[in-house]
Design a protein around this ligand. Structure first.
Ligand code: AMP
Length: 210
């Protein structure tokens, strides 16, 4: 199974860019954070196991990550765009053993800019739609354009949890840059500028890969 991987500091735009690229390539987009949030919202056994961990901004154990990926794979897929996976060396090794990794995009953005972006993030309490008060504002303050419900800050976007998530990124995920560079898979992308500007940089890199 062909796959493309996005990683980068929280707020670097990997979710948005992974979504756009998966539409462009007609690949399945697997956003691990969203999959876990869905389990939490539905109060499943898995959701109950991961809820506290996520609220604290810590990483979920690797085995639970593998489990949720397997259970979400579509049968008809052409390929996968992974977003938020891998985040540990063990996950990266699992990825290399089980998938044909074509390219790994690392979105580069300063910590200050990433935190500023996260602080502007809002999610709809009704339908889960994502907004950003800087780049994709709702039409009416604090109200979802799609369903009219109130917008809120994600539990793990609160300052204490952000600080913990950024710490986890430096402690466990940043080392994957060297891992993927050693496999000749790493492609650094400037994550600054508009969503479309970053998307164009990425599309230019995938042209010719498939
Ligand atoms: P995200 O929306 O990508 O920032 O992910 C939200 C939360 O989900 C993270 O803070 C972790 O608790 C959990 N999570 C997402 N992806 C992973 C992963 N690959 N490994 C472990 N935990 C993850």
């Amino acid at each position: 199974m062909h796959c493309i991987v996005f990683f980068g500091i929280q707020g670097s735009g990997k979710g948005t860019q992974a979504e756009l690229l998966s539409e462009f390539l007609d690949f399945q987009h697997i956003n691990i954070g969203d999959l876990f949030r869905d389990q939490v919202a539905r109060e499943t056994d898995l959701g109950k196991q991961v809820h506290e961990i996520m609220c604290r901004g810590e990483l979920v154990p690797d085995e639970l990550v593998f489990e949720i990926i397997y259970s979400s794979l579509r049968q008809d897929l052409k390929g996968i765009v992974f977003d938020g996976f891998p985040r540990t060396l063990k996950q990266a090794e699992h990825l290399m053993q089980n998938y044909k990794v074509v390219q790994v995009f690392f979105l580069e953005l300063s910590e200050e800019e990433a935190i500023a972006r996260i602080s502007a993030r809002r999610v709809c309490s009704g339908c889960g739609a994502n907004y950003n008060l800087n780049s994709s504002k709702p039409l009416r303050d604090n109200v979802c354009d799609d369903c009219g419900a109130e917008l809120k800050i994600r539990d793990d976007d609160r300052p204490e949890a952000i600080a913990k998530r950024v710490k986890e990124f430096y402690a466990k995920t940043l080392a994957l840059k060297d891992f993927f560079a050693a496999h000749n898979l790493l492609c650094l992308i400037d994550g600054g500028g508009s969503i479309e500007a970053v998307a164009t940089r990425i599309r230019n890199k995938v042209t010719g890969l498939f």
